[in-house]
Design a protein around this ligand. Sequence first.
Ligand code: ZN
Length: 436
Amino acid sequence: MTALKADDIGEERILQDVRGRIAAREGDLVALTQELIRIPTVNPPGAFYQPCAELIGERLRKRGFQISYVRGEGAPGDSDAHPRINVIARREGKRPGPTVHFNSHIDVVEAGQGWSVDPFGGIVRDGRVYGRGACDMKGGLAASIIAAETLIEAEPDLPGALEISGTVDEESGGFGGVAYLAERGWFSKPRVDHVIIPEPLNVDRVCIGHRGVWWAEIETRGRIAHGSMPFLGDSAIRHMGAALERLERDLFPALKRKTTSMPVVPEGARESTLNINSLHGGQAEPQGGSLPSPVVADSCRMIIDRRFLIEENIDEVKNEVREVLDGLARDRAGFSYELRDLFQVIPSMTDREAPVAQAAARAIRRVLRREPQFICSPGSYDQKHIDRIGKLRDCIAYGPGILDLAHQPDEYVEIDAMLRSAEVMALAARELLRGR
Ligand SMILES: [Zn+2]
């Protein structure tokens, strides 16, 4: 009993020390978040990656990190105008030991309409920092940098190594970023042991994985004819209408019946889902108010976005759609189709008993004095590449910010959440580096 008590006192002392040091850096944390937001790293096209990578790299160089800039050469979108520049910072401890890596993407989606503040101004109001990328995920990146710097200052004799990366293109699949680096060994043992991705998933939740994704294009074919005599042609749009009806009748109800043991949030995403991202049939409407020409559509294309569960197999996911379309090809005169794969991601889930998940959970209990929630994300993020390419399973997403605000106008991150999450990240990294 006495020993346990001493442990508790020790843990409380460490927490208070870390908390005090992070609180003293609040101004620095906010300023860093603002600086990051003010570099409009909008993707596409992937603008200003280099100055953003250098902001991170040159700051950490001054704190004893070795800095590598790695260009995702030849990756989609990489060009001399928009080079895919990633930054990886590594600081060796005093003795050998494991490596804890914080990975954040530096790209943001376009600002879009509806903002009441400058999306790239980084303004602070009511305890929040506003801007595109504030929550997804420059606030998390800044919090992880502050966490690592605090830990180094508080415990200069830590074993192992700390790494911080700022990587590109997460919003467009991560091919020039984490995937590129993972293919070259940056996210594998023995270089790295534990990865925390500070995506905005709320300060009391540990995200252990995500659902899978399959994007595909379905095209139906027809025969062009004059619009006044449609019986001389064959409408690709009507064929697509039939395909939609079949999806409604057969596939949507079947997907609703498939549920998962993954703790996906929100709960609606614990089923398989299908979204129709877009639909284009016939001639494009001309600009300037003129009318489209009267012809029967000879082509209609639809992009589908299927999100699937860890219990499902990607081939089975594709076959379900193919079966619906093959059924129509048998039943409906003139129906023919093509199905093209556009993009796919296999679901990924770390064991909740994995060291990084448990270290984060314990840190959340200590910092917030409540039970952490283990969740999975409805959409995917760079964990897929660390898992599939890097073969590193000890990876979670944990960071400040509210997921629902990502990609919205007036996106913000709460300063308090950044501070709390920095405490959690520092304590979790400490435990992973030196043991409990
Ligand atoms: Zn993100």
